[in-house]
Design a protein around this ligand. Structure first.
Ligand SMILES: [Zn+2]
Length: 292
């Protein structure tokens, strides 16, 4: 993965806060940024593998965001200068703190981490073995015939066009019975007006043959095992102080998430405080069922 502009700015801001960078916060990692990064790495060389000084600039900058986010209390994985999922998640949370945004964990309890349906890890090899293999170049012909409809108990307005609605989910046949049980549990926990009020029926996506956002792997959506709810108020990236917290991180939504978690589904919001619209029938890295 490539460093995002927001990550480049976060490096500059972090180094500026430490008093070793004095230029502009423009996300343009030029000579002054590199000088500051080198000074920062040298001051922290005990945390780095030997030979780090010969790394290419990009890898040095990645090591900077890894250490800055680790020092802010997040887990970027090993400090190695490689930008993987752990680092991306940690940097996302770090940027949130730089922006003065609350780190949301409003629930009374941690996510329920059980796996009654033996969902696989969300790595491509595990997903392919369990659900079938979407081909490269956005060809999902191995998955598409296995996509079935599961009726929704509610009319689901399309979050991006409220004048239209759906009455079903499109998911992989393997997860359909589980989703039916989940919807019944949600229906038992919330009245229809609560569903409307909390936006639990706001449909933002299910099966679609596509790659992950900003990456080359196929998305869990391409396997028909992921659903997005209320994306307009629970977007992946929030950029200003004024952006309100994700609505699905509200305590009133706990029973909604637990309906999924009891079936082994994995909420990126609940488990990683990251992408509050998205839930999937595959375990992410914060689960004890994730195979490393
Ligand atoms: Zn999603």
């Amino acid at each position: 993965m490539e460093l995002r502009k927001s990550e480049a700015k976060a490096i500059q801001r972090g180094l500026k806060d430490l008093g070793i960078y004095a230029d502009e916060i423009d996300g343009d990692l030029g000579g002054n940024s590199l000088t500051a990064a080198n000074a920062y790495l040298l001051a922290n060389d005990a945390r780095l593998p030997s030979g780090y000084s010969a790394w290419p600039n990009k890898r040095k900058f990645v090591a900077c965001i890894q250490m800055l986010s680790a020092d802010a209390g997040f887990d970027p994985g090993v400090i190695d200068g490689w930008l993987g999922t752990d680092t991306r998640n940690a940097s996302t949370l770090y940027i949130r703190t730089l922006d003065g945004l609350e780190i949301i964990n409003v629930f009374e309890s941690d996510p329920i981490d059980v796996n009654p349906n033996n969902w696989p890890s969300d790595k491509a090899s595990d997903l392919n073995a369990f659900y079938g293999t979407p081909r490269k170049n956005n060809n999902c012909s191995a998955i598409e015939p296995r996509i079935v409809k599961v009726d929704s108990p509610w009319r689901m307005p399309l979050d991006w066009n409220m004048a239209q609605s759906r009455s079903f989910f499109k998911v992989h046949e393997i997860v359909a019975p589980s989703l039916e049980r989940i919807l019944a549990a949600i229906e038992a926990s919330y009245s229809e007006s609560e569903v409307n009020q909390l936006g639990l029926n706001r449909f933002s996506g299910d099966y679609v043959c596509r790659k992950i956002t900003g990456g080359t792997r196929m998305s869990t959506h391409a396997y028909g095992i992921a659903i997005d709810f209320y994306g307009s108020k629970n977007e992946l990236k929030r950029t200003t102080h004024d952006t309100p917290p994700p609505t699905l991180a509200h305590a009133d939504c706990q029973a909604f998430w637990e309906a999924f978690e009891n079936e082994g589904w994995y909420s990126l919001g609940r488990a990683q405080n990251y992408d509050w619209m998205h839930v999937q029938a595959a375990k992410g890295r914060a689960s004890r069922f994730y195979s490393h």
